[in-house]
Structure formats: structure tokens, C-alpha cells
Design a protein around this ligand. Sequence first.
Ligand SMILES: O=C(O)CCC(=O)C(=O)O
Length: 265
Amino acid sequence: MTAFVAEDQKSLRQEYDEHGYCIARGAIDKGLAGEMMDHVHWLGKKYPDVRPERLGHGLLVADPFIHRLVCDPRLVDIAAQFLGDDVAMFAAHYIAKKPRIGQAVQWHQDGSYWPLEPMEVATLWVAATDSTVENGCMRVLPSTQNNRLLKRSEMVDLDEEKYVLGIGIRPEDIDDSQALDLELAAGDVSIHNPTIIHGSNANHTEQWRVGLTLRYIPTTTKVTTEGHESIFCCGQVDAKTGNLYAEKPVFVAREHMSFAGCDAR
Ligand SMILES: O=C(O)CCC(=O)C(=O)O
């Protein structure tokens, strides 16, 4: 089944509240989506031992291109529709599935993993390539945004040779007969809430399938992992949370991937 798409950006919030996800078509331009793809290849050379499905926050938080992308007004404006005017991004992760051997993501709820109090967060899944049924697009189970969040202890360990995440929902607890495929073109963004059950199949095609997950939070949400650095996007920080923010990195040609506007301070 293919997902319902909000006809205009104004109804994104309505769709999200009703279904637990929504899609913003053409949220970023193809040029920027192309730079994301360049970035994945560049990171692949920098970290040859890391699978491209696992290019996580620790590898990205001091990267000038990630700061440029996370703070792109088009993405921050979308995040603000769900979170209000004071916005940060606490975790970025490229799930880049290589041609033929790209791994699956087992069904899970994001909130089961996250160190957030309260669990106020919206994921923007930014498509760097087209993401289709064939190459392993993200899938959601409708109505599960109203479920309770499973604890880690209720979940099962997974074979990391086969799956991107090391832990997921027990296959016997899932009925995927009603699963919706979130097919996207490069530059589209899907938005999902932390409770909806979602996952994706492996990529057996000849094309890459690349998405960047950006987890935006209101600055009033506390990140409880000690020493964790988020990226501040807009509005006011809330000192009461004690959240830490990464400094905006200065672009250095020998150390970083160059991108449009990288020399601007
Ligand atoms: O990129 C995928 O295939 C799955 C994404 C996902 O699990 C997530 O955003 O939490």
C-alpha cells in the first residue's frame, strides 16, 4: 500500500497528528540532495570500516555540511510546525543502503531507544536519492502511533550482518499486512513521530537508497545522555535542561567536504 500524501504544506501537521507521519514533497532542491549523496561517498572514504547504513551522529556532529543541512531554513521551518519556535536537532544518522547489499531495518519505535525527557521529537527523513519499494523505502504500520512505547527488554536482539539496528520488535509481534510504503523522490522529506512502528526492507537493486534521519526536538526537551552534543537550530535555548550544543564548525578545505557556500562564516 502506498502512503497518503498531504496535498499542501499547510495540512502537514494535520496529517501527522492523524496518521503519525506525513510527507513534504520537494522540501529541498535536487542540488542539495546531490550534495548529500557526495557527502555519503566522502564519508565512505573517510570511514572505510563503517557500513554506510551506520554513519551516525558521532561521525556527523562536528561536520560543517551537516550543520549547514540541519539548519537549512526549509527543514527547520518544517520541524517548527511540529515542535514550536525553539528547535534543536539531537541525532543525525545517514541510513545509506548500497546497491545490492543494503541492509534492512527491523520494525521498531524510535522512542524505545532515545534518551529524551519528555519524548517530544519529530524525525525528518530527508531523501538524498529516490526511495522506492524496490530499493527498500521506509514503511510504517498505520495507527501504531497510538500504541504504547515498547521497552528494550520487550524487544529482540538482531543479526547486525542483516539488520541496521541491533535490536527490534519481535517478528511474531508484527502484522505487516497493512504496511504503508513511504516512497519518496530525492529532495522529499517524510516526517514521523517517535511511537509509530516503522522499518524498511533490504536493497537488492542496482541503485543506492540514501536517507538522512534528523531528530529535531524543542529546546525544552532534555537529552539525558551525559556529554551528548546536539545542534542548535533556532529560537531560544532552555538552560534548565543542561543540554549541550556543538559549536558551529569552521570549514577547513583539507579536513572537510566542500559544498556550496562552505566558505561563508
Ligand atoms: O531509513 C530507513 O530505512 C529506516 C529509518 C528509521 O528507522 C528511522 O528513521 O528511525
